[in-house]
Every structure is written in C-alpha cells, then in structure tokens.
Design a protein around this ligand. Structure first.
Ligand SMILES: Nc1ncnc2c1ncn2[C@@H]1O[C@H](COP(=O)(O)OP(=O)(O)OP(=O)(O)O)[C@@H](O)[C@H]1O
Ligand SMILES: O=C(O)C1=C[C@@H](O)[C@@H](O)[C@H](O)C1
Ligand SMILES: [Mg+2]
Length: 168
C-alpha cells in the first residue's frame, strides 16, 4: 500500500481502535490521530458539550474533522464509533485512505471496557449488543477490509501489517 495513503480504522466503541491504531502507527512509523480528539480541538468543546446541543451538532463537527484528517497523508486514524452514521464521512476518508473495520464481539467489548464511563455505552451492557446489531451492516458496508479483533493485540497488529503490505 502506498505510504501516502491514510489508514482509517472504524468500529464499535471499545473495539480497540485507539489502542491498536496507536500501536500500528508506531510500528509503521506513521502519525496517529484520534478523530474524537480532533473534534474537541477543532470545535473548542467537549464531546458531551456537543451532544448536549444535539447529536446532529456533534455529527456535523465529526464531518468537519473527517475533512481535516483526509487532507493529510500517510496517517493512521481511529474514528469515532458512530462515524458510519453519516456516509459522507466514509466517502471523504476513501478519497485519500483505506478503511479497516476492526470487528470485536460485543461479548469481548463488555468484558473489559468500563461501559459506565463511555459516552454512548453509559446505558449499560445491553446497549453494546443493540448498537452492534444496529451498526454491523454499516461497518461492513463502509469497510475496504475487515479485521477480527478476537486474538492477542500483537496478532491483530501482525494481521494489519500483512494486509497493508499486500494491498497494491
Ligand atoms: N485484542 C485485545 N486484547 C486485549 N485487550 C484488548 C484487545 N483489543 C482491545 N483491547 C482493550 O479494549 C479496551 C478498549 O480499547 P480502545 O480504548 O482502544 O477502544 P476504542 O475502539 O478506541 O474505543 P472508543 O471508541 O470508546 O474510543 C482497552 O482497554 C484495550 O486495551
Ligand atoms: O459510537 C458513537 O456514536 C460515538 C463514539 C465515540 O467515539 C464518540 O465519537 C461519540 O461519543 C459518539
Ligand atoms: Mg478510542
């Protein structure tokens, strides 16, 4: 895969986007960006503050962050969990990057993520299962490649590297 192409990671809240994205960027000597952090930085407001105005207000900000990130070269991006709710984000990212869906089962997510402190997961464990059901089709449709996160992190990173190395 061309070094200038961005690596865009999508997936459920708690699926490992930030942790694996950071580790992958460091393995590949690329810069890492968390889209949620970019939103906070660009808007000068926290995510709960943006959601308190309205979800639409947050989603508009997310599109602006996608445009900013897609204008860069060779970066690794961990997207917000709901990035697929606006298909526009995916079209923006695909112009300059390749989209990887990190697929982690809801069972594994609830087993080691403190659901009470994640914004959209504060409603408890069942919410994770419901959200997975609701979004799985959108994640698959948006993805150029799917990677199952059902093994030790080093193995998942190896899979990322092999896949990236084999993309023409
Ligand atoms: N393969 C794995 N083995 C063990 N732990 C994992 C694995 N993948 C992810 N985790 C753990 O799952 C937790 C959630 O990961 P992380 O915060 O990176 O998810 P995220 O997708 O960025 O979530 P969010 O969308 O809420 O920001 C972390 O504690 C991370 O270490
Ligand atoms: O899954 C979602 O819809 C979200 C996930 C987070 O990463 C944040 O982008 C925000 O809390 C919305
Ligand atoms: Mg994260």
């Amino acid at each position: 895969m061309n070094d200038k192409r961005n690596i865009i990671i999508i997936g459920m809240p708690g699926c490992g986007k930030s942790t694996l994205g950071k580790a992958l960027a460091s393995r590949l000597n690329r810069s890492f960006y968390d889209a949620d952090d970019v939103i906070v930085w660009q808007e000068g407001k926290s995510i709960p503050e943006l959601f308190a105005i309205s979800e639409d207000c947050f989603r508009d900000a997310e599109v602006r962050a996608s445009r900013f990130l897609a204008s860069k070269e060779g970066i690794v991006v961990a997207c917000g969990g709901g990035v697929i709710k606006r298909p526009e984000n995916i079209s923006i990212f695909k112009k300059t990057g390749t989209v990887f869906f990190l697929d982690r089962s809801p069972e594994d997510i609830v087993s080691d993520v403190d659901v009470s402190v994640r914004p959209l997961l504060k409603d408890g464990r069942q919410k994770v299962y419901d959200l997975y059901e609701e979004r799985i089709g959108l994640y698959r449709e948006a993805a150029d490649y799917c990677i199952r996160n059902d093994k030790p992190m080093e193995s998942v990173l190896d899979e990322f590297e092999t896949l990236i190395g084999n993309i023409p």
